[in-house]
Design a protein around this ligand. Structure first.
Ligand code: ADP
Ligand code: GLC
Length: 482
């Protein structure tokens, strides 16, 4: 199905989460905004997503399109078309109540344990995508490209590679190499790939079955979400075991930095804020600081520097570094606000920190989209001491909200924050360097003129999707012309 030169390729974008329907992290933001921009630029696109309860409840204009019988993952699977609230991007939803109709996150139950049948759940996502990308598709829409995202759609390139007949080309985007979808060999037997693909030259990973490796091995092209991360993952330690394969495929590996949804994250028109503001009218930012201090039980003080952090609380994000330096840092003095969920020990660490420093530290353990916007607006600085960060979105939201980010020079953080210009960057992932970097930011904060300039520099930066979406479109063309 090679695209003719005169028309843009048709794309099936496959994702396990999509904002505003279901979100655990940045992949949802990307899935909610990149396809909309690709569509504005003329791509005919459909987004394929599992029918979790929130997806079925929130999607608009749902219509039954097809019923699949006898797939390996489930006896009956319904395919619906729908549209995404807001942008109206066309969706395809896989309705399969035995696999998707459950409370909890897309990947885990309420206790934080992975769903025991995640292999089957995401094998189904990959299977339906592969059918839609082959000439066995029951739909009139025939994609030229199937664009896969993270391990949950990693089987698509392998399934299509072995599918007979005409088929779409595949792009595999890595959003985070730390998550690979590794399952015991018996999962492989249920998927129906040829036995010879269970080898080092295929989907096998140290005796197990790796969904992500299937994608990385068989995709026509691999992308990841920043140029620096594209380099980092070809070596240890950030290759997470895939560095050999990625280095071998380096000619087919491109880093395209993420954009942000400039409408959803716009301080001048953000309904979740106490007061809108822009670079010319910063009084609104002070009102948001006050609202944030009130909401988090902090002392109301317009002058004290307020440091914000929003993240999955995992080893990746470096929350432990903040916990370690917090007692010293609080003597500056500063206030700290944390919104996040994840590792139970670290969650407790933040709860305790808040308990021992009432009025100075606020910790909200949970997921709260509204509060995340208020923190971006109300904080003076934003902390991202990530050990690695494929792209990162909050450092871009922060610059747009006049809240200079303090970031470790890794992955997309290195590519999107300029030290001393619109944020602060430290090189070594140590508590000493992190603390020193915060102190540099605090010194700049005390110098009103310098601070105003840094805020302005960040707020006028263009993080919109257009440039990166054009890069994806050029890449689709190149792949199809090969
Ligand atoms: P990652 O995808 O690795 O978690 P990103 O920086 O790409 O990191 O994106 C994280 C996204 O998830 C951002 O939109 C951020 O605001 C949001 N987020 C993370 N944790 C929370 C939370 N506890 N509540 C609300 N939003 C959150
Ligand atoms: C991942 C990464 C994050 C990136 C996001 C969207 O979850 O951890 O750095 O911004 O995907 O690409």
């Amino acid at each position: 199905m090679a695209a003719s030169k005169s028309k843009n390729p048709q794309v099936l974008f496959v994702t396990p989460e999509i904002y505003p329907l279901i979100k655990t992290g940045g992949l949802a933001d990307i899935s909610g905004s990149l396809p909309a921009t690709l569509r504005e630029l003329g791509t005919e696109i459909r987004v394929l997503v599992p029918g979790y309860p929130k997806v079925l409840a929130g999607a608009k204009n749902k219509r039954l399109r097809h019923v699949f019988h006898g797939l390996p993952e489930a006896a009956e699977v319904r395919l619906l078309s729908a549209s995404l609230p807001g942008s109206g991007v066309p969706l395809l939803i896989i309705e399969c109540p035995t696999l998707y109709q459950r409370d909890g996150s897309p990947y885990q139950d309420h206790s934080g344990a992975d769903w025991p049948d995640n292999d089957r759940r995401f094998s189904l996502l990959s299977r339906v995508a592969a059918i839609l990308g082959s000439d066995a598709s029951p739909l009139a829409f025939h994609p030229d490209i199937v664009h896969c995202n993270d391990w949950q759609s990693g089987l698509v390139p392998a399934l299509l590679h072995f599918a007979p007949g005409k088929k779409a080309a595949t792009v595999m985007t890595i959003h985070n190499l730390a998550f690979q979808g590794i399952f015991p060999p018996k999962s492989f037997n249920q998927v129906g790939l040829p036995p010879e693909s269970f080898s080092i030259e295929g989907v096998e990973y140290y005796g197990n079955f790796s969904f992500l490796k299937a994608g990385l091995y068989y995709a026509d092209h691999i992308t990841t979400v920043s140029p620096t991360y594209a380099r980092e993952i070809q070596q240890e330690p950030l290759g997470f075991g895939m560095q050999g394969l990625l280095a071998k495929r380096h000619a087919s590996l491109t880093g395209v930095v993420n954009g942000i949804d400039m409408d959803d994250w716009n301080p001048a028109a953000d309904p979740r804020l106490a007061k809108p503001y822009d670079a010319g009218h910063m009084a609104g930012k002070a009102a948001n600081k006050r609202a944030l201090q009130e909401k988090m039980g902090l002392a109301i003080d317009p002058d004290i520097p307020l440091l914000g952090m929003i993240s999955r609380i995992t080893h990746q994000k470096g929350g432990d570094l903040l916990l370690e330096i917090a007692p010293q840092l609080l003597q500056e003095p500063v206030q700290i606000v944390l919104l996040g969920t994840g590792d139970a020990t670290l969650e407790n660490g933040f709860r305790q920190l808040a308990d021992t420093h009432p009025g100075s530290v606020g910790a909200m353990i949970g997921f709260d989209e509204g509060l995340s916007h208020l923190i971006e607006a109300g904080a003076d600085m934003f902390l991202m001491p990530s050990r690695f960060e494929p792209c990162g979105l909050n450092q871009m939201y922060s610059q747009r909200y006049g809240t200079p980010p303090i970031v470790h020079a890794t992955g997309g953080l290195a590519d999107t924050v300029e030290d001393g210009v619109s944020g602060f960057v430290f090189d070594q992932e140590t508590t000493t360097e992190f603390h020193r970097c915060i102190q540099r930011a605090l010194a700049a904060y005390r110098d009103k003129k310098t601070w105003r300039q840094i805020l302005r520099n960040g707020m006028k930066r263009d993080f919109s999707w257009t440039k990166s979406a054009e890069e994806y479109m050029a890449l689709y063309e190149t792949i199809l012309n090969k």
